[in-house]
Design a protein around this ligand. Structure first.
Ligand SMILES: *Cc1c(COP(=O)(O)O)cnc(C)c1O
Ligand SMILES: CC(=O)N[C@H]1CO[C@H](CO)[C@@H](O)[C@@H]1O
Length: 539
């Protein structure tokens, strides 16, 4: 009745003088406008965000802004080139064309000459080389030489490598308390492992009728998740972490979940601050909403499973938690195998099957591959297998004990340095710190001049050191702390001094509101990585 009186009657009255074709035309136009508005307003990117991007794009057209960006860009580019394109050796000329053949001895001599330009101070690196001990180098190169030509794409030709991969996967699943249903693949590294998990969960979501799936991950989750989202054409929602503990805000994660969520992510530990997310609670969310949970144990891979026994008890983080459906663990970090090796594990093949890629109709044959690569480095599987057997339970336990003890000693020492504070309560091997008194990147620059290679972090400005086996040698922690104290003392004498080097680049990059400018600078960095300019080589 009410509808009749207040809606339909006035509408009739309004349209009474229109011709039928006009009513049809009006309806079509109104429908089109509604669809347009709906599409314009309801996008994955909020209206506010799109407006901001548009505003920043406009701002770049203003001559003063454009010139300032160009100047900053040029000076960053020069700084990057200056740092990276130093000549290796005064009589090494870059090779640009295929030379005529040389003897193996000549080539090896030249390789050794190239190598001599690289640092030998591995105990001054953050992460990067996780062991590098001479006994491992010997084992790895001997095993490599025997498997140099193997390719697990052909298990019929290379059954040994097939079995080695199966054994590495099984040993790793067992280490993470997977039962006999657990399964997985070896990949070329943490990034590929994460990419594969995201691919599996995206395709699982597709199979459930979710057309635009998205990942929900803490903002501190590794950038490999952003890369995966980019490659896979899906979206990622970043969840903030607590500003003091650096731990994932679980309530914010729950609020971000929707019917389109294809996976939840927890890190154990996360790369920036070495903090373990509340994996148990993420697992519970996964069970509550029937969403798969990936635990990124890339860094913690071969440390966390040994920490209880080493005397540093942890809450459960692995397949013991019912909601955890996959785990990535890098063998090329704390399992001490050479780079190019990681394991992605699943609770059952129900998930793994979504990772596989099969082209059943290819004229080249029925093509099936488990992960990103087609042909794979069999030797990398063999060396990983060899290193794992060589280390064994007791070897990893001992290494974990030494590394965590070293990290705790380093943390305690840093806590005593004035003007520096540690972020959160580091639980594993990474310790991040910042300063309220000065620009922390100046400290990493000053330490860099003394040969120490720290990782720069942002939002908030901080740096970290990732403790490896090499730091466990006597005196390394003491030398590090001594250098930190001296550098800090030097810096606070002049806290407002103009920055240079990394400090300047990071300081500037964080203050740029238009993040696409920062991306372009990163392209300049990547371009430099493969550059062979002449002018740097004539000294
Ligand atoms: C190292 C790391 C990764 C993956 O890195 P790769 O360089 O591809 O091996 C992922 N997550 C965390 C927490 C890491 O530390
Ligand atoms: C314990 C360990 O791995 N030590 C290594 C540290 O790095 C040097 C090279 O700088 C190796 O020779 C050591 O064996």
């Amino acid at each position: 009745m009410i509808v009749d009186k207040f809606v339909l009657e006035p509408l009739d009255h309004l349209l009474a003088h229109l011709l039928p074709w006009q009513i049809v035309a009006l309806s079509v136009t109104a429908t089109c406008i509604s669809i347009f508005l709906y599409k314009f307003l309801w996008q994955d990117d909020s209206l506010f965000h799109r407006g901001k991007k548009f505003g920043l794009r406009l701002a770049r057209k203003i001559p003063a802004v454009r010139d300032k960006i160009a100047r900053e860009f040029q000076s960053s580019k020069e700084r990057i080139e200056h740092d990276m394109l130093k000549p290796l050796h005064k009589d090494i000329r870059p090779i640009r064309e295929l030379p005529s053949s040389r003897s193996a001895k000549d080539v090896l001599d030249l390789a050794v000459k190239y190598k001599s330009a690289e640092t030998k101070e591995w105990d001054k690196l953050s992460g990067t080389v996780y062991s590098g001990s001479d006994d491992l180098t010997k084992l790895v190169t001997e095993v490599y030489s025997r498997f140099a030509w193997s390719n697990p794409l052909h298990p019929d030709v290379f059954p040994a490598v097939r079995q080695m991969e199966a054994e590495v996967i099984r040993m790793t699943c067992t280490l993470f308390n997977g039962n006999s249903d657990s399964c997985g693949s070896m990949t070329s590294g943490g990034t590929e492992s994460i990419l594969m998990a995201c691919k599996a969960y995206r395709d699982r979501a597709f199979s459930l009728g979710i057309t635009k799936p998205f990942i929900v991950a803490p903002v501190t989750a590794h950038a490999a998740f952003d890369k995966a989202a980019e490659y896979l054409g899906i979206r990622i929602k970043h969840i903030p972490v607590d500003s003091v503990t650096c731990k994932l805000n679980i309530r914010a994660m729950e609020r971000a979940i929707s019917s389109r969520t294809c996976m939840l992510v927890a890190s154990a530990p996360q790369f920036p601050h070495g903090i373990i997310d509340p994996v148990e609670e993420v697992s519970r969310l996964g069970l509550k909403y029937s969403i798969p949970v990936h635990v990124d144990c890339c860094l913690g891979g071969f440390l966390l499973p040994f920490m209880d026994k080493a005397g540093f008890p942890l809450l459960p983080f692995d397949f013991r938690l019912k909601g955890v459906t996959s785990i990535s663990a890098d063998t090329h970090k704390y399992a001490y195998s050479p780079k190019g090796s990681s394991v992605i594990m699943y609770r059952s093949d129900e998930y793994l099957h979504h990772q596989y890629a099969v082209a059943p109709d290819w004229p080249g044959g029925i093509y099936a591959s488990p992960s990103l690569s087609g042909s794979r480095v069999g030797a990398s599987i063999a060396t990983t297998w060899a290193v794992i057997l060589y280390m064994g339970q007791d070897g990893y336990l001992q290494a974990t004990r030494e590394i965590i003890e070293t990290a705790r000693r380093l943390e305690q020492g840093l806590r005593q340095v004035e003007h520096i504070s540690i972020l959160g309560q580091p639980e594993v091997s990474v310790i991040s710190f910042c300063s309220n008194s000065f620009n922390i990147y100046r400290l990493s620059d000053a330490m860099g001049k003394r040969g120490w290679n720290l990782n720069a972090l942002q939002f908030p400005s901080s740096v970290h050191i990732c403790v490896t086996r090499n730091h466990t040698a006597p005196g390394v922690v003491e030398r590090f702390l001594q250098d930190v104290r001296e550098c800090v003392e030097e810096i606070v004498k002049n806290p407002g001094e103009k920055t240079s080097g990394m400090a300047a680049i990071y300081g500037m990059a964080q203050s740029v509101p238009d993040r696409s400018v920062v991306s372009e600078m990163a392209w300049a960095y990547l371009d430099t990585c493969t550059a062979l300019p002449d002018h740097y080589l004539v000294e």
